[in-house]
Design a protein around this ligand. Structure first.
Ligand SMILES: *[C@@H]1O[C@H](CO)[C@@H](O)[C@H](O)[C@H]1NC(C)=O
Ligand SMILES: *[C@@H]1O[C@H](CO)[C@@H](O)[C@H](O)[C@H]1NC(C)=O
Ligand SMILES: *[C@@H]1O[C@H](CO)[C@@H](O)[C@H](O)[C@H]1NC(C)=O
Ligand SMILES: *[C@@H]1O[C@H](CO)[C@@H](O)[C@H](O)[C@H]1NC(C)=O
Ligand SMILES: *[C@@H]1O[C@H](CO)[C@@H](O)[C@H](O)[C@H]1NC(C)=O
Ligand SMILES: *[C@@H]1O[C@H](CO)[C@@H](O)[C@H](O)[C@H]1NC(C)=O
Ligand SMILES: *[C@@H]1O[C@H](CO)[C@@H](O)[C@H](O)[C@H]1NC(C)=O
Ligand SMILES: *[C@@H]1O[C@H](CO)[C@@H](O)[C@H](O)[C@H]1NC(C)=O
Length: 553
């Protein structure tokens, strides 16, 4: 019985959080399915793990040719599900993510699938060891369903790659899904799985959440080991997850953070002992918006009126009046240092750190497969030469060739980051704030073919290592291309190690402003299928906009 305790505790808690009720007849409907709904159905023997996983695969088969968010499926997903069914039969159903399908951004190493970073030159990159986060997900019972597209090497926010092509936004097929973790965002928005993982160097766990009406977390730097994940920046990278509700997000955070201290990522040594082994699900219980002090960052808005910016400003104004009506105090933060473009221009340090870290990753003994570049130089200079050469990416890689962490400007930038971190602490202290709030993006997510994902506000948390929970805030007005409108998300930024508070705020916001809806184009059920084996998914790399050439540097 003890082995069931964890699942049952969560099941009971859910009732009090007013979650969707379980359909009692007919095939199991995986649309918007939650961890608790899957577990309740399995416990009640209304379905099997193989049926659950098959139903998600059927949705991927049906809708992925349009969304192009998934680049590969795990050939072992169904046999893994059968193992779970065996455990249910023997009364050993245990683990917070038991039989929960998880899609991994394709920069996470997972045994049995290649880790491509969306780059054709890395198509054969075959890890021999799971990333520690993947290991704990599997240990908690998760079924790794497959890999999702990303902006190539996680370097921008459009989610287009030489290997995976262009992923599109499920709410408006003419727009990007944000990025760089846009494949995971689009896939979770369309109920291709229950949880998706991502990485975030500047915006990448938040932009796809904002554009996909999802919840996501960017943890405090050091909370979760980044080992076994293709790196960009020691200072700015974190790993995290997407879900369709705060409950599933909290479970994913608990499991991923259970890696604890990892000698392969020395930032995890910063983790205070008292927050180790936190059950983040419990953070959702109790609490209130009443009396919270939330700083609204005025510099993170574009107050000019236009069809792309006005919806964001209006949605945030509505959010502020709802929060105020619920008893929160919203404080207008007008310091001019909070200017995302200026902070990025002065302090972003990816270009200094990328080459050295990627060299270390590519030379790792935990990788196999041929042909495969074993250094940054081989990847970009003399591999097959098949990667994206979007002008911005081209300039970045060229600069990364010449730059290193011994540049004097790197030290100047690191001192500037210390100053910014200090200034942020001072803002929290002066105004006695619990959190900062602002839109992830000053404008709606950009259309396919745009040169960059302009207007995003991720840089403050990424440089200061601050935690964020992103929540759906609303939709712009419906149009022919966006039948429900385009989703807009809000970031909730906390002081380091305050994930528990941020999740609690997110849960209350999700109930105050319950805006999450499934995308209209994929809102129908898909006929249940019985798969003999996991089908092979081929990404549509032919759909890359002409503005994004693939070629040689
Ligand atoms: C299942 O549970 C039984 C009884 O608790 C135990 O003896 C058995 O080893 C478990 N099997 C697995 C595969 O964990
Ligand atoms: C932590 O690791 C990074 C990169 O792996 C390294 O550059 C840095 O010197 C290490 N820091 C400490 C304090 O050991
Ligand atoms: C915050 O203050 C600035 C400067 O006074 C003002 O322009 C802006 O409209 C205020 N923002 C909000 C959301 O109240
Ligand atoms: C994965 O990499 C191996 C080599 O390590 C290669 O043989 C295989 O074709 C690759 N798989 C895909 C789907 O590209
Ligand atoms: C790439 O170039 C370097 C030096 O120019 C050479 O040593 C290496 O063998 C080359 N690698 C490949 C895969 O061609
Ligand atoms: C780092 O230093 C090199 C050599 O002086 C220079 O070419 C490069 O532009 C510098 N990088 C940056 C980002 O300033
Ligand atoms: C950091 O702050 C100190 C003290 O205010 C200032 O002298 C210094 O110029 C700042 N450095 C950077 C890089 O912003
Ligand atoms: C699916 O979307 C269409 C178009 O917005 C809407 O008419 C329909 O009611 C939606 N169906 C469900 C099940 O939400």
């Amino acid at each position: 019985m003890a082995k069931f305790a964890r699942l049952v505790v969560h099941g009971l808690a859910v009732a009090s959080l007013a979650r969707p009720s379980l359909a009692l007849s007919g095939p199991f409907d995986v649309r918007e399915a939650t961890v608790d709904v899957v577990h309740s159905a399995l416990l009640a023997r209304l379905t099997t793990c193989r049926e659950v996983i098959s139903a998600f695969i059927a949705r991927i088969e049906q809708f992925n040719p349009i969304l192009n968010g998934v680049v590969s499926l795990n050939p072992d997903a169904l046999s893994d599900a059968d193992q779970m069914d065996g455990l249910i039969a023997s009364g050993n159903m245990t683990g917070a993510l038991f039989c929960i399908p998880v899609l991994l951004k394709d920069n996470y190493n997972a045994v049995g699938m290649n880790t491509t970073g969306g780059c054709l030159d890395l198509a054969n990159n075959r890890p021999l060891v799971d990333a520690p986060t993947v290991k704990v997900l599997k240990g908690a019972g998760a079924i790794i369903l497959g890999k999702t597209n990303l902006h190539e090497m996680a370097l921008e926010g459009l989610t287009v790659s030489s290997l995976g092509g262009q992923t599109v936004n499920p709410y408006d097929l003419t727009r990007t899904p944000g990025g760089s973790s846009g494949g995971a965002g689009a896939a979770i928005a369309a109920s291709f799985a229950v949880v998706g993982t991502g990485t975030d160097t500047v915006n990448s766990l938040r932009s796809p959440a904002s554009a996909g009406s999802l919840f996501s977390f960017r943890p405090t730097r050091g909370l979760i080991s980044r080992a076994g994940v293709i790196p960009v920046s020691y200072t700015q990278d974190v790993v995290g997850a997407f879900a369709r509700n705060p409950q599933d997000l909290a479970v994913a955070m608990t499991v991923m953070a259970s890696v604890g201290f990892d000698p392969r990522d020395n930032a995890t040594a910063l983790m205070p002992t008292e927050i180790m082994h936190t059950d983040y699900y419990r953070c959702l219980l109790g609490g209130s918006l009443k009396g919270l002090r939330l700083g609204l960052v005025d510099g993170f808005f574009d107050h000019t009126s236009s069809p792309e910016t006005t919806p964001v400003d209006d949605i945030m104004a509505g959010m502020v009046s709802q929060l105020t009506a619920a008893g929160a105090e919203v404080v207008n933060i007008t310091e001019t240092i909070y200017n995302s473009a200026a902070i990025s221009a002065a302090l972003d340090v990816q270009v200094y750190e990328y080459r050295e870290l990627l060299d270390t990753y590519l030379a790792g003994e935990d990788l196999s497969g041929e042909p495969r570049p074993k250094s940054f130089d081989e990847l970009y200079r003399n591999g097959s030469g098949e990667f994206l050469v979007i002008p911005s990416q081209h300039a970045f890689v060229e600069a990364a060739f010449r730059s290193s962490t011994s540049n004097t400007s790197y030290f100047t930038a690191q001192r500037g980051i210390q100053n910014l971190t200090q200034a942020l602490k001072a803002t929290f202290a002066r105004d006695k704030l619990d959190a900062l709030i602002y839109p992830e993006q000053k404008n709606l997510v950009v259309t396919v073919g745009s040169q960059s994902q302009a207007g995003r506000n991720g840089i403050l948390a990424s440089l200061t290592g601050s935690p964020i929970v992103t929540v759906p805030a609303g939709f712009s007005s419906p149009t022919e291309d966006a039948l429900l409108g385009v989703p807009v998300g809000m970031e909730i930024l906390g002081q380091p190690w305050t994930e528990c508070l941020l999740l609690n705020i997110a849960r209350h916001v999700s109930e105050l402003v319950p805006v999450r809806r499934m995308p209209a184009f994929a809102n129908m059920t898909v006929e249940t299928k019985v798969f003999d084996s996991v089908p092979v998914i081929t990404p549509n790399s032919a759909n890359i906009a002409p503005a994004y050439p693939v070629g040689v540097f």
